[in-house]
Design a protein around this ligand. Structure first.
Ligand code: AMP
Ligand code: MG
Length: 320
């Protein structure tokens, strides 16, 4: 069983030892104006029992069938992480089931590798708080490039908030962008394989307030930010001579981003893919990573399950 709860989504996933999905319950906190950490944690606590019961019911399982409890140990919002860790510890102690804390970012990567049958892909991981370009080397996912300020999802959500769109704004911006006709110039900031999104956000907000059309701005924001991602990713792909490219994380749901990366990968004869239905936060990816860790001999006692708000992807030794 995997329990996800780093920010907006409480996910309870159950997989069997072959990674077959037996349950995938998700409860998504949708705030009026940006994620409030304490309210998000309260949402997780309020929905925990209901999501857990549904996951067991849908999988036709009881707790005595569960062999491992995995939970998202970080990175994420402190109050959310603490709520999920407390729930996972309580279940582990009460039912005497081993517990394992996992890195949320690595979980996004591993589910993509397993569902897409990748070997050693270059990874573009794009979510609310994270934007990273990584590849496995000498037992760690090395970060070849990343955002120097905010994650791309945060940038989209913040722009959406200014424009009065519902949170999370990414999917709505994608829809509005389809009707955009005119490209409005925005700052384009790529530094080697690193990126910066705060300037493009400020500029887009200023242009919106000055009267630019929302559809044109959504279109321009996507074209600019996704071109930045594609350029930085292409640079890393060419440098590493990678033959596979994996897109993962919530922003990976975006079809325009998928299209741009797909074209770029094709030009380099690289295989391209993303975990369909599992780009967004979910409990299944936490269960899958917990299993990988457990099967490679890793064990956590309760003292090891302390949350890690700033848990870096390259802090994890990849033993599988
Ligand atoms: P995650 O935390 O990995 O679930 O990612 C959440 C982020 O993904 C939020 O910032 C959303 O706005 C963003 N997102 C979800 N769907 C889309 C989409 N279709 N296009 C762009 N961003 C998206
Ligand atoms: Mg995520």
């Amino acid at each position: 069983m995997g329990i996800e709860g780093t920010a907006h989504t409480l996910g309870i996933g159950i997989v069997n030892s072959d990674n077959r999905v037996l349950a995938d319950e998700r409860r998504i906190y949708s705030p009026k104006a940006g994620i409030h950490p304490r309210e998000a944690a309260q949402f997780i606590a309020d929905n925990f029992k209901n999501a857990l019961d549904s996951a067991l019911e849908k999988s036709n399982l009881e707790f005595n069938h569960i062999n491992l409890i995995s939970f998202s140990q970080g990175p994420g919002l402190g109050p959310c992480l603490r709520t999920v860790a407390t729930g996972a510890r309580a279940l582990s102690l009460h039912y005497k089931i081993p517990i394992i804390g996992v890195n949320h970012c690595i979980a996004h990567i591993e589910i993509g590798k397993i569902t897409g049958k990748f070997h050693n892909p270059l990874v573009l991981y794009v979510s609310g708080g994270n934007t990273q370009i990584l590849r496995l080397r000498d037992k760690r996912y090395r970060i070849f490039g990343e955002t120097l300020d905010i994650g791309i999802g945060n940038m989209l959500d913040k722009f959406g908030r200014t424009a009065g769109l519902k949170h999370p704004a990414g999917p709505r911006i994608e829809e509005l962008a389809k009707n955009g006709k005119n490209y409005i110039e925005l700052p384009y900031v790529v530094k080697g394989t690193d990126l910066s999104f705060s300037g493009v956000l400020t500029s887009a907000e200023q242009k919106l307030k000055a009267g630019a059309g929302l559809e044109d701005l959504c279109f321009s924001l996507q074209e600019t930010a996704f071109s930045m991602l594609t350029e930085a990713t292409e640079r890393a792909l060419a440098h590493l001579k990678a033959t596979e490219l994996l897109l993962t994380g919530g922003v990976g749901n975006n079809e325009r981003l998928q299209e741009m990366l797909g074209i770029m990968a094709k030009e380099h004869n690289a295989k391209f893919g993303f975990p369909k239905n599992y780009c967004s936060d979910n409990g299944v990816m936490i269960a899958i990573l917990g299993l990988l860790m457990y099967n490679s001999g890793i064990r956590h006692c309760i003292e090891d399950t302390i949350i890690k708000q700033k848990f870096r992807s390259d802090d994890v030794r990849i033993l599988w």
